[in-house]
Design a protein around this ligand. Structure first.
Ligand SMILES: [Zn+2]
Ligand SMILES: [Zn+2]
Ligand SMILES: [Zn+2]
Ligand SMILES: [Zn+2]
Length: 361
């Protein structure tokens, strides 16, 4: 159980680490990146429609999950937040959050799927190797690991979430194995999922003396310095912009620089961090622009407001094998907001909210 401890004043860092495969299965309550989702509730999984990209309509791919129980709530003894995103590069435009999906699942200690006792410290080799039942008879898409209500009409063995993934699997070898009578259980598709790794979450260690978060925000000296620097640069600008416009531009640029410097300063403490967890805390923005107001964050379906829970850092992109040279899957930071009450889910997956912020340099 690579879970997080809870204290809104403390930020916990997430790091990507290699792990043996069984450690990342549902029964171990993992936090992880890539591979197929290790579902918590094994009933009422989000369907293909809920998991399709709002922009292109194609199935989203599992990005990461964070195991984060809420100890003071009995029905959050187990609790995991799942993040999905679109695989289509064209869906990643500036500050556009519509290619992401977030779901929360939670369970009481006594539930239909897992033992009351902590998970075993060794792999189980019973049915499916999962050490748990499948009370709802859920079938998963062999390509993406999400709900697979469609079935191959020839072999009646292979399940899929969508036509997209059936076609992908057909081309990647099912065409052959299907004829042979269902054939291999595994898909030959190797380009859809992100590389699978554990997400290890640890507390942020900060030296109180140099803690940049606790410095008064009113220290204007560096900003003033930057403003001067900025004004001297665009010579041509004096012809096109009046003094007022110039001043506003310099001010906004210095503000932008200040936020970005602050961001860099904070992550320099642990440059490998891919996640910052602080339920009820505040995200570390990469930019002064496109910061959500309270009213920009929609309330949970239960009516309660949503609070910040964690943010995904741009460093995670280094672990996804995405092409960083050209246009690719990209973000400055992804801030995830979840129900403040972590309301009862009744074994379902409740949608939560993600805010995407990009660098505006
Ligand atoms: Zn898309
Ligand atoms: Zn699928
Ligand atoms: Zn088939
Ligand atoms: Zn709620």
């Amino acid at each position: 159980m690579a879970g997080v401890t809870r204290d809104s004043s403390v930020v916990q860092f997430g790091f990507v680490e290699e792990a043996v495969e069984w450690r990342l299965r549902s029964s171990q309550f993992p936090s992880k990146v890539g591979g197929k989702p290790s579902w918590l509730s094994l009933c009422e999984l989000p369907g293909p429609e809920e998991l399709s990209c709002e922009l292109c309509g194609q199935p989203c791919v599992f990005l990461l999950q964070v195991y984060a129980p809420v100890p003071e709530k009995a029905d959050c003894f187990h609790r995991t937040v799942f993040v999905f995103c679109c695989r289509n590069v064209a869906c990643y435009s500036f500050n556009d959050r519509r290619s992401f999906k977030v779901f929360r699942s939670q369970l009481p200690r006594r539930n239909d799927f897992y033992s009351y006792d902590p998970p075993p410290d060794e792999p189980l080799d019973d049915v499916e190797g999962e050490g748990l039942g499948n009370p709802c008879g859920v079938e998963l898409c062999r390509v993406c690991g999400c709900l697979g209500p469609k079935i191959c009409s020839r072999c009646h063995v292979a399940h899929y979430c969508s036509k997209d993934h059936q076609v992908m699997d057909w081309k990647a070898g099912h065409k052959k194995s299907c004829v042979e009578g269902g054939g291999s259980k595994e898909t030959g598709v190797s380009t859809f999922l992100f590389p699978e790794n554990e997400l290890v979450v640890e507390p942020e260690e900060m030296q109180p003396a140099t803690d940049p978060e606790r410095e008064p925000e009113s220290s204007t000296e560096p900003a003033a310095q930057l403003a001067v620097d900025n004004i001297t640069v665009p010579d041509f600008a004096s012809n096109c912009l009046d003094e007022k416009e110039l001043e506003a531009m310099a001010k906004s640029e210095s503000e932008e620089d200040k936020v970005f410097q602050h961001f860099k300063q904070r992550i320099a403490i642990e440059p490998e961090q891919v996640l910052r967890y602080s339920r009820g805390g505040s995200p570390l923005w990469v930019s002064a622009k496109n910061v959500p107001q309270q009213e920009s964050i929609p309330h949970c379906i239960c009516g309660a407001e949503r609070i910040f829970e964690f943010q995904v850092m741009p460093q995670l992109l280094n672990h996804l094998n995405v092409d960083t040279l050209d246009t690719s899957i990209d973000w400055g930071t992804l801030a995830v907001y979840t129900c403040a009450e972590s309301c009862d889910t009744d074994n379902k997956y409740v949608p939560e909210f993600l805010w995407k912020q990009d660098y505006s340099h």
